[in-house]
Design a protein around this ligand. Structure first.
Ligand code: FES
Length: 133
């Protein structure tokens, strides 16, 4: 989750290089995007709600399967929840908590991001779990 205070932070000295994920204004409010990571072993689900972007590893805590139905389609029809395409688990956008389904009370893996000059940046790629080898 990205907060206003977090948005104002500057990158720490000696931090790993940040990866550009997406332009903030290129994600329509209430929609989601799939963004592959550079190494191709994982992708990230980005969801924009108002002036906040939430980022999670695209992997369901139930089986590790990708969450998206296809491409950028991660959300329920009303856009209020993230829904896993395989067995339908439902996750809150704000904190990734599963509120219905086989992984009830488990969470999606949040990804640290920062928005700078309208760019959504992966804050530290080394902290991102990359799924199964
Ligand atoms: S793999 Fe997501 S609910 Fe089963």
């Amino acid at each position: 989750m990205v907060t206003d205070n977090y948005l104002r932070q500057q990158p720490p000295k000696h931090a790993a290089p940040e990866q550009l994920l997406y332009r903030f204004d290129a994600i329509a409010d209430g929609t989601s995007k799939e963004v592959p990571l550079n190494d191709g072993r994982a992708s990230i689900c980005l969801v924009r709600k108002n002036e906040t972007v939430y980022a999670y590893i695209n992997s369901c805590p139930h089986t590790g399967s990708p969450l998206n139905w296809t491409g950028d389609q991660f959300l329920t029809r009303d856009g209020d929840l993230i829904q896993c395409a395989l067995h339908g688990a439902l996750f809150r956008i704000a904190d990734g908590l599963c509120v219905w389904g086989p992984c009830l009370h488990q969470r999606l893996t949040a990804v640290p991001t920062v928005i700078r000059d309208g760019d959504i940046l992966l804050a530290n790629e080394e902290s991102v779990p990359l799924g199964h080898d």
